[in-house]
Write a protein that binds this ligand. Structure first.
Ligand SMILES: C[S@@+](CC[C@H](N)C(=O)[O-])C[C@H]1O[C@@H](n2cnc3c(N)ncnc32)[C@H](O)[C@@H]1O
Ligand code: SF4
Length: 347
């Protein structure tokens, strides 16, 4: 029988397990603390439990942990990219970004992705599997332990489509924001999605205070279909309706991600079209010059045109920023480092 995943359980579930094992309830608190505040990697480190209980736990439960297979630090801005190996030997990546306001970690939510966006390295091998809540937490826990600094912000912008792994992502958010765990504020968590409309509505109904980021990348359905297959399922209008619902439910300002690709979505005409799409919403647009991947011949829009695109939006009173490229010297585009690692190790 497969061992049950203890770190993915919330406090109530750990309490139920203790009852099942005939243990006192306070043991649940101790075990939960070892996992989620002391961030230990093995049952043997739970030194205030008897050896008998630790043995019982390891016979029946799995305690996930990640092995670091690579770590690269940007000489430009201190951004650190990590490659972690999971217990089934699959590899994922996470990024630590240091800002004045605190440390932000970008985590993966799946191994691979099935959404097929043309510019994205994460989807080149399709979806391998979902990550468990514990495997998402482990990325943050490991980075916090290795860096010795508190992580204050978490963004789900690494490999994978978080809303395609909905239940695990929700449980992960519950554990991450638990006051008996790392106690990260919901407001400091961002979930980024390519626009799974039904799931955006489900998420709105959870009434969380997290930030929702929409990977829009196009001002109309025609261009969006060329670069994002999900656009064949949901139109931009449907996305806008869903995010309006999200905003009405949560009061949280919506972020739109817009990667500029030369000759594809970066003309002045495109900027004007984009204004009509987002006008009237309480939102923020992030412009990101696309990070070219070697498997596709997409080119980055030159900075002067990115600036011009931004000016057009600004003149129309749209909140807009150009996202700083973090760690551009270390294969920082999402999924790129993992992809180069897999290419080297699987041929
Ligand atoms: C990798 S995705 C993960 C979250 C989610 N699946 C999504 O699409 O929003 C995070 C962000 O990276 C962007 N992205 C992916 N490949 C990129 C590239 N080569 N250059 C710039 N941005 C990229 C995505 O469009 C998205 O906005
Ligand atoms: S951009 Fe997001 S949804 Fe699209 S393939 Fe990459 S990870 Fe998947």
């Amino acid at each position: 029988m497969d061992k049950r995943d203890l770190k993915s359980m919330n406090f109530e579930q750990v309490k139920a397990v203790m009852e099942e094992l005939g243990e006192k309830a306070f043991r649940a608190k101790q075990i939960y603390e070892w996992m989620h505040t002391k961030l230990i990697d093995s049952f043997d480190e739970m030194t205030n439990l008897s050896k008998a209980l630790r043995d019982k736990l390891s016979e029946n439960f799995e305690l996930t942990s990640l092995r670091v297979v690579d770590k690269r630090e940007s000489a430009k801005d201190g951004t650190c990219k990590f490659l972690f190996e999971l217990s089934d030997n699959r590899v994922i990546e996470s990024v630590l970004m240091k800002y004045k306001h605190g440390n932000s970690v970008c985590i993966s939510s799946q191994v691979g992705c099935r959404m097929g966006c043309r510019f994205c390295a994460s989807t080149l091998g399709g979806l391998e599997r979902n990550l468990t809540p514990a495997e998402m937490l482990d990325q943050i826990y490991k980075i916090q332990k290795m860096s010795g600094e508190r992580v204050s912000n978490v963004v789900l912008m690494g490999t994978g489509e978080p809303l395609d792994n909905y239940d695990n992502v929700l449980q992960f958010i519950q554990l991450l924001t638990d006051e008996n765990g790392l106690n990260i504020s919901q407001r400091n968590i961002t979930v980024s999605t390519c626009g799974l409309v039904n799931r955006i509505r489900d998420l709105a109904n959870e009434e969380l205070q997290i930030t929702l980021a929409i990977s829009l990348h196009a001002p109309n359905d025609k261009i969006r279909k060329e670069i994002m297959p999900i656009a064949n399922k949901y139109t931009i209008n449907e996305i806008i309706d869903a995010v309006t619902f999200y905003y009405n439910k949560t009061g949280r300002r919506i972020s739109f991600e817009y990667s500029l690709v030369e000759g594809v979505n970066d003309s002045e005409e495109n900027a004007k079209e984009l204004i009509h799409v987002v006008r009237g919403l309480n939102c923020h647009v992030n412009l990101i010059p696309v990070n070219p991947i070697k498997e596709r011949d997409f080119k980055q829009t030159q900075m002067q045109f990115v600036q011009n695109f931004k000016n057009i939006l600004e003149k129309n009173r749209i909140n807009v920023t150009i996202r700083r490229e973090m760690g551009s010297d270390i294969d920082a585009a999402c999924g790129q480092l993992r992809k180069s690692y897999m290419d080297e190790h699987t041929t």
